[in-house]
Design a protein around this ligand. Sequence first.
Ligand code: PMP
Length: 433
Amino acid sequence: FFFHSLQAKMSRPVQARRLEGVDKNIWVEFVKLAATYSKVNLGQGFPDFPAPDFLREALMGALSGGNHMLHQYTRAFGHPPLVKVLAQFFEKLLGRDLDPMTNVMVTVGAYQALFCCFQALVDEGDEVIIIEPFFDCYEPMVKMAGGTPVFVPLRPNPPKDGKLMSSADWQLDPAELASKFSERTKAIVLNSPNNPLGKVFSRGELGLIAELCVKHDVLCISDEVYEWLVYDGKQHIRIASLQGMWERTVIIGSAGKTFSATGWKVGWVVGPDRLLQHLRTVHQNSVYHCATIAQEAVAQGFQRELMLYGKPESYFVQLPKELQQKRDWLVQSLDGVGMKPIIPEGTYFLVADISPFKSDVPDVPNSDEPYDSRFAKWMVKNKGLAAIPLSAFYSEAHKNNYTNFIRFCFAKEEATLKAASDILQKWKQEKTS
Ligand code: PMP
């Protein structure tokens, strides 16, 4: 009898309610597919070229140098050399004085920075505006915090002259955006440059968002992890520098993107103490801090970049130059086979239109899986080329409106991009022969 009652107890639900509806994650499925089938992986966003020498040397120096304390705990909210140099750097970018101890916090990648923001700032019943398409984790993170995501799409306006579309052709409808703000709105998530489109929001677009934030007393969670990856002489504008925005904005950054070292998982937030003090509460009660030695090396990377700021030797000047060239190669390869690329103004992603390829992919009657998802799976299995369906970057309610696109990552070695181009060329020949 005793044994029986113990067993009965174990059959109660074990899952916390806050996990309802957030258990699916497209990366698990697509990363596995890419690992199993891909010859060329342009799916998940990470460089396949090495991180810069100066960064690797900084890590090796930290590891083998005289300071054995770099193997121990450091300050919870950020290793002092890193928060100091981040404060100096962002003082320059924002044109305001920053206190490294209260205006900067180091996180385990930008991912944890986002998690801290939602946990610290979003309450049960709060609404959070998310601009579609979006980096997919925003939605479950809002929900786990008890909030309600409210989506507003960027709408494509194809150019009339037959030219290729640009990410700048995807725009917010100002009236539609304004209609999403109410007294329930706690925050808006802004991601410029935007993953997956590569859109770099213009000053006008940011001004509109800022005006609505101020009018409705709304916070702005500004995910700027691709801040240095901007092309064609465009400028990344920080919404925190606009009138009335510093006090209500948290800027999020990532050493993974900035220094091509995504596996290090060092990120940060910059913002006013009145917001960051609550992020620190979440941080101290969850991860406490991230690896000291990685923080030390990233600090040295930033010290170098501060010294070389704006100079041709700066990595923040060189990396976008190299990536712009890679972007142009991929644009050419895709355009050459009729997979119409949307030219990104920033990031290392590119979205392409796959509607002319419908006849290649077997139709599945009555399937509720969007075409782009079926296409991406078919492509990796049959052509060995991995990409991510754009519908993965939309809410459940809107994902069926945007099913003709897939996203490629072009932060890849020349040989990788060449191999992708060869696959596409061969495919085209097979189609026409
Ligand atoms: N935000 C965006 C828009 C991203 O694309 C990513 C990474 N793909 C992150 C945040 C997470 O960055 P990290 O690797 O530093 O956690």
